[in-house]
Ligand binder design. Structure first.
Ligand code: AMP
Length: 113
């Protein structure tokens, strides 16, 4: 998607602080961190939101979650962390390329919604 911010990061057209990359997923630090550790894990294939994820994507979604958990451990988030998929306008999604937030490094607070 030529007008997608995260597709531009995947393509290397926009810089990002990458912490993991393979042929299917990319993880990079959020540009406006909401916690001491805040990174995103995204599929390299463009899906605008979770409504575009289908049964054939089950393995990829599992890989996104596992990669996030492994990176959280690598980042030292051994006391816990929050995992968030904001989805759609009312779900506070701003970048319309599916992404999983991982936040941690302090006691997280606040209502979810
Ligand atoms: P969301 O509200 O779930 O769509 O969140 C999008 C996230 O992308 C926000 O936390 C932004 O701070 C983050 N973000 C936006 N632009 C960039 C960028 N160039 N590099 C890293 N993170 C970004």
């Amino acid at each position: 998607m030529s007008d997608c911010l995260f597709c531009k990061i995947i393509a290397g057209d926009i810089p990002a602080d990458k912490i993991y990359e393979d042929d299917e997923v990319l993880a990079f630090r959020d540009i406006a961190p909401q916690a001491p550790t805040h990174f995103l894990v995204i599929p390299k294939k463009h899906y605008s939101d979770l409504s575009e994820i289908h049964r054939e994507d089950d393995q990829l979604v599992g890989k996104i979650v596992r990669t996030g958990a492994e990176l959280a451990a690598q980042e030292g988030l051994d006391k816990g962390y929050r995992v968030i998929f904001n989805n759609g306008p009312e779900g506070c999604q701003i970048v319309f390329h599916v992404h999983m937030h991982i936040l941690g490094g302090r006691q997280l607070r606040g209502p979810l919604g």
